[in-house]
Design a protein around this ligand. Structure first.
Ligand code: WTA
Length: 649
């Protein structure tokens, strides 16, 4: 049994909430959600106050989620104007470049002006309330400006991670019917350039074949590298920003008006456009940011995620800025120029709260303690993790070596769909257990069910559902409400199904065990096995493919591909390399397969369904644990798969 780390006096001193507070608040939040959230919604500025708090239903065929539905507000005004009015000189964003020699502090007044200018450029170029604007930018302040400029005028942003390929970007342009892109000439990461504008050019050509025309591209000059400029379509931000006014009145938005779409992978089909709306999302992001990190005025907060993922949306931009915090944006990678970079940045900017992914922790743990201990790290007060299960060894290294047992660790479990953190410790309130996300946040009612949907009580392991709505919950799949209901509410009727497995221990603590569907989590990047399979079969030499995950020391999960070739093709090393490059090109570098096994046949049932359970066991190098193979159409294929497995220890 894992040890429990009690709340230290130093953590409790000055913390916004104690354990008793947590219990009382939680109790109120689930017995009287209307009263609880109605009161806490006061942390936002409303143009027109709401009269109704919660109007939600998880009922089959009638899923509908509305919070604060008649309230009116603007997200960018909540993130900027009210802080700029009070204390415009306060730093909103600290930018730390890829190059350790480059950094900059940008005040609330300055961010507000840049956002207004960008909003005015968007308006001048014809963007209207409700239009979708696609943002494909590196980790530079302009990414935050672009999101908030959209929010200011009521346009719906769709941020696409800069690591996605032109194909993936094109798919998202088409699905969102987005005719406006904001990008940069190039990005820089770890000293290497990423050809963002060139990717956009390719994506626009592909999207046009898919029926979506992109009329305008606003380009941020980041590197000054050479890019093709199409007159009339492509505009430079640094030129246009001079030509517009520095102020722009925020558009009054209904609480349920869309704020953004963010694509995420599921177990089947193409990525889904997760839609978040304005009031509930912003409140939930702000509230969780304030309490999960126990943010205190004046502190420097750093989340190392990319704005292309939901963590960047909620915990680099919206949550921290809604709270008037100082948020650090880091353009680079943890290992450049060396494995001490993160801690050097912590010292340089006196970071108090640091939030990263287990994969980064494991990678840095592999580089030893010296790059950490070389830095002082005295400013650190709270450490957080997100994105994948954290193994107790990595948790303890983070706790002992990085935080010197001074800093509580908040292991935060949540999803793109949830908008914000759902299960997490609160620093100063929650006793910790390495590897456990501990307890639900306010208003969150997690439940465990077995395969048949039967609720499991007490200490148990099963499928993780949430019994009732919380304000940050996604509202729909963009353009496909039926898919929303089907994906999240049909497996266990009347409950939101997360796709994760979990265990609840005797103390009521939650331990996330990982996905129970065909979604992989590779270095905290979420992807569907179906997407990788369809990338593989789009190669002319591939006839069939099946992809599974296997445990990987650093990445959490590795990508294991079984590939059946077209008749007459030979499974050479060269073809293996070619397929890896092919998948990188189709999806993005982060989806590169770790293992490819050429398989003459795949194990299928007599009805033709691939038996993934068997493929997973082989990939995990557990050929002794294949279980019942008697229902296979051709049991012999398994022998070949076992004999040629790529992960043999
Ligand atoms: C996994 C990222 C264990 C989980 C915010 C979830 C975690 C998926 C944790 C969502 C955690 C996220 N412990 N697993 N603390 N946080 N996950 O949408 O499987 O990119 O379903 O959102 O990541 O990934 P997404």
């Amino acid at each position: 049994m894992a040890e429990t780390i009690a709340v230290k006096d130093a953590w409790a001193a000055g913390a916004s909430l104690s354990d008793a507070d947590y219990r009382a608040w939680y109790e109120e939040s689930v017995t009287d959600p209307e009263g609880f959230w109605g009161r806490h919604a006061g942390r936002l500025d409303w143009v027109t106050p709401f009269t109704k708090v919660k109007n939600t239903s998880f009922a089959p065929g009638n899923v509908s989620i509305k919070w604060f539905e008649d309230g009116v507000l603007n997200a960018s005004a909540n993130c900027l104007d009210r802080h700029a009015a009070k204390d415009g000189g306060r730093t909103a964003i600290i930018f730390e470049g890829d190059d350790p020699g480059e950094s900059r502090r940008i005040s609330y007044a300055e961010v507000l002006e840049e956002v207004c200018r960008m909003a005015n450029v968007l308006k001048a170029e014809g963007v209207r309330k409700g239009d979708r604007v696609t943002i494909y930018l590196p980790m530079i302040p302009e990414a935050a400006y672009a999101m908030l400029a959209c929010a200011r005028i009521g346009a719906v942003h769709s941020v696409v991670f800069g690591g996605f390929s032109p194909d993936s970007l094109a798919g998202r342009l088409v699905d969102a019917t987005s005719g406006f892109v904001i990008t940069a000439d190039e990005g820089v990461r770890g000293g290497r350039k990423v050809p963002l504008k060139a990717n956009v050019d390719k994506a626009i050509a592909i999207a046009e074949k898919g029926g979506q025309k992109v009329g305008k591209v606003l380009m941020v000059r980041r590197t000054g590298g050479d890019v093709a400029v199409e007159p009339g379509r492509d505009l430079w931000w640094h030129e246009r920003r001079e030509a517009v006014a520095p102020t722009c009145a925020p558009e009054p938005m209904g609480a349920e008006d869309p704020l953004f779409i963010l694509y995420t992978s599921g177990s089947t089909g193409k990525p889904k456009g997760v839609l978040h709306t304005t009031g509930g999302y912003l409140l939930y992001a702000a509230m969780t940011h304030a309490h999960v990190f126990d943010y205190r005025p004046g502190e420097v907060y750093w989340c190392t995620a990319d704005v292309g993922w939901v963590t960047g949306h909620s915990y680099i931009v919206y949550g921290p800025l809604a709270n008037g915090a100082t948020t650090l944006m880091f353009e680079g990678v943890p290992t450049y120029p060396d494995a001490g970079r993160l801690w050097q940045v912590v010292d340089k900017h006196q970071v108090n709260i640091f939030y990263t992914a287990p994969t980064a922790i494991r990678a840095l743990m592999g580089a030893g303690d010296e790059p950490v201990t070389r830095a002082s790290r005295r400013s650190l007060r709270v450490l957080g993790t997100v994105g994948e299960p954290i193994n107790p060894e990595a948790w303890l290294w983070y706790y002992r070596v990085v935080g010197e047992e001074r800093c509580p660790i908040v292991d935060t479990w949540w999803q793109t769909e949830t908008g914000g953190i759902l299960i997490t410790p609160l620093p100063g309130a929650t006793a910790l257990k390495p590897g456990s996300a501990t307890r639900p946040f306010f208003g969150v009612r997690p439940e465990l069910v077995d395969g048949e949907g039967k609720p499991l009580d007490g200490a148990a392991e099963g499928n993780l559902c949430i019994a009732d709505s919380w304000p940050g919950q996604m509202r729909t799949v963009y353009g496909d409400h039926e898919r929303f209901e089907q994906t999240y509410f049909s497996t266990y009727k009347g409950k939101y199904f997360t796709g994760d497995g979990a265990r609840r221990d005797g103390d009521g603590y939650w331990w996330i065990t990982g996905r129970v569907d065909d979604v992989l989590n590779v270095s905290g990047h979420r992807m569907g096995t179906a997407e990788i399979e369809s990338a593989l079969v789009s190669h002319p030499k591939v006839s069939e493919a099946a992809v599974v995950g296997y445990p990987h020391d650093v990445k959490g999960q590795g990508i294991y591909c079984y590939v059946t070739l077209m008749k007459g093709e030979e499974g050479t090393e060269e073809l293996r390399r070619e397929l890896v490059l092919h998948v990188r090109g189709e999806i993005g570098p982060f989806a590169a397969p770790d293992k490819i096994q050429f398989a003459p046949g795949l194990p299928k049932t007599r009805s033709g369904k691939i038996m993934r359970r068997i493929l997973r066991k082989i990939a995990e190098d557990e050929p002794g644990a294949l279980g019942d193979t008697s229902t296979l159409a051709e049991p012999a294929v398994v022998e070949d798969l076992v004999a040629n497995r790529q992960n043999k220890r």
